[in-house]
Design a protein around this ligand. Structure first.
Ligand SMILES: Nc1ncnc2c1ncn2[C@@H]1O[C@H](COP(=O)(O)OP(=O)(O)OP(=O)(O)O)[C@@H](O)[C@H]1O
Ligand SMILES: [Mg+2]
Length: 430
């Protein structure tokens, strides 16, 4: 418009000027000159105003575009974050929810929009309901309160924070709850505790074993010398042999303690976990507890990583031997190595570039009696077991900065999954 306005005014001006000069014989009087000047001035101002209007229009359009973009981005963020967001009005009717909230609490927005949803929350997650209710009634905001979600498919913890938004005048406040599934972080927290506890036990057992070992050896040899003396009668000989036997048993126990406490990465080299697993399986096949018809299958392929071959060998052989021992006759054990999909690791596991080792069996599952203390030393559910296998596995995996998970269903089998970082950290490798 400004350009065409300028053009039109220029053309009209030209016609007017031509008319004044050539259409009339009247000379150019000052009146006419002023008229001409005013005409040109009006044309110029019109063109200027038109150009300003256009500029402002363009700016407004740009602003509207930006606003649209910001709104879209906010909506996108809310739609895609893994954190659940729910807003209810003072009557407990559902005003807003994002897809993560539907997925976590297991409801569908279209079934509940503008309807009282609080009874549903009370049924699925009572603590979540309680936090929302406390915020709505008393204005008490919840900060990272833990609640349990009980859905037909699974039960898991969530962390909930609530806040109020002022509603229409005269109405109570709306309440918004922000929450997320914290089962991964709880799981990792439990693993960290397990590692710390085991570390403390290992330290204590190593210093105790050192303290006891030498006095025990002196006791044993002194008693032996006494028994060798010709004066000893049969009763005394029997007692000394008892002391010697029990000392030997204690010494064996001590060396097992030391064995467990000394699990350390001594030599870290690039290796193929798949190959290490193959070698460990061959070793377990020769074990007296391995039935001849046991089927041990190795799946996956080359899995390069840096680690201590000896320790990794112990990890695999302990897990496979446990699986074979638990499954007994017709044992079917599957060992798998490879790179896990990123979603398989719990969030926040902090393992760069992970490799995985899985050992599954068709045994009876971990007995209830040992489940809570499975990885502690000397916890066994097996006749003749020492209960050191899994404690060593845990320590060896910790030494590689890995994680061990166990899934067990009574009557159906057990799967141990171990994740290792493929490469050592630079400061450790140094
Ligand atoms: N795959 C499995 N299936 C069922 N139960 C298992 C499995 N692995 C381990 N367990 C249970 O966990 C217990 C502890 O295992 P762990 O390897 O630590 O000790 P152990 O096998 O009893 O003795 P050790 O390994 O020192 O000879 C076992 O006694 C068994 O009851
Ligand atoms: Mg074992």
């Amino acid at each position: 418009p400004p350009r065409s306005a300028a053009l039109i005014t220029t053309l009209v001006g030209l016609v007017y000027i031509a008319d004044v000069f050539f259409g009339h014989s009247t000379p150019l009087t000052p009146d006419v000159a002023i008229q001409l000047a005013v005409f040109v001035a009006v044309a110029a101002v019109t063109a200027y105003v038109a150009s300003r209007v256009k500029l402002m229009g363009a700016e407004r359009e740009a602003l509207a575009g930006e606003l649209r973009q910001v709104r879209l981005e906010a909506a996108d963020v809310l739609r895609n974050i893994p954190t659940g967001i729910v807003t209810v009005d003072p009557e407990g009717r559902l005003l807003y929810t994002n897809p993560a909230a539907e997925a976590i609490l297991g409801f569908r927005e279209r079934d509940w929009r503008d309807r009282p949803i609080m009874p549903e929350f009370a049924r699925v997650a009572p603590e979540f309901w309680a936090a929302l209710t406390a915020t709505a009634r008393r204005g008490v905001r919840a900060m990272r309160v833990e609640a349990v979600v009980r859905r037909p498919d699974r039960t898991f913890p969530i962390g909930v924070t609530t806040t109020t938004l002022d509603g229409a005048p005269g109405e109570g406040p709306r309440v918004t709850a922000i929450f997320s599934d914290i089962s991964d972080s709880k799981r990792l927290e439990r693993l960290r505790l397990r590692t710390e506890r085991l570390e403390a036990v290992a330290e204590l057992s190593s210093s105790l074993a050192h303290e006891i070992k030498n006095p025990l050896a002196s006791i044993r040899s002194s008693v032996e010398q006494l028994a060798r003396a010709s004066r000893a009668n049969p009763d005394e000989k029997f007692l000394t042999s008892l002391i010697v036997r029990e000392s030997d048993r204690l010494a064996r126990l001590l060396s097992e303690f030391l064995d467990f406490s000394r699990v350390r990465v001594t030599e870290c080299r690039p290796l193929d976990l798949h190959q290490v697993a193959g070698a460990a399986i061959r070793l377990v096949r020769e074990h007296p507890d391995c039935p001849a018809d046991a089927r041990i299958e190795l799946l996956g392929d080359r899995t390069p990583m840096e680690g201590d071959e000896d320790l990794l060998h112990r990890v695999v052989s302990n897990l496979v031997l446990n699986a074979v021992q638990a499954a007994g006759k017709e044992a079917r054990v599957t060992v798998r190595t490879g790179r896990p999909e990123p979603h398989q690791l719990p969030g926040g596991a902090g393992i760069d570039n992970p490799v995985a080792l899985g050992v599954s069996d068709n045994g009876p599952g971990i007995p209830e009696s040992v489940r809570a203390r499975l990885f502690e030393p000397f916890v066994t559910g097996r006749v003749g077991g020492t209960g050191l296998g899994l404690a060593i596995v845990q320590r060896a995996v910790d030494a590689h900065r890995g994680l061990v998970f166990v899934d067990s269903t009574p009557g159906q089998g057990t799967t141990f999954t171990v994740y290792f970082p493929a490469a050592r950290r630079r400061e450790e490798a140094a």
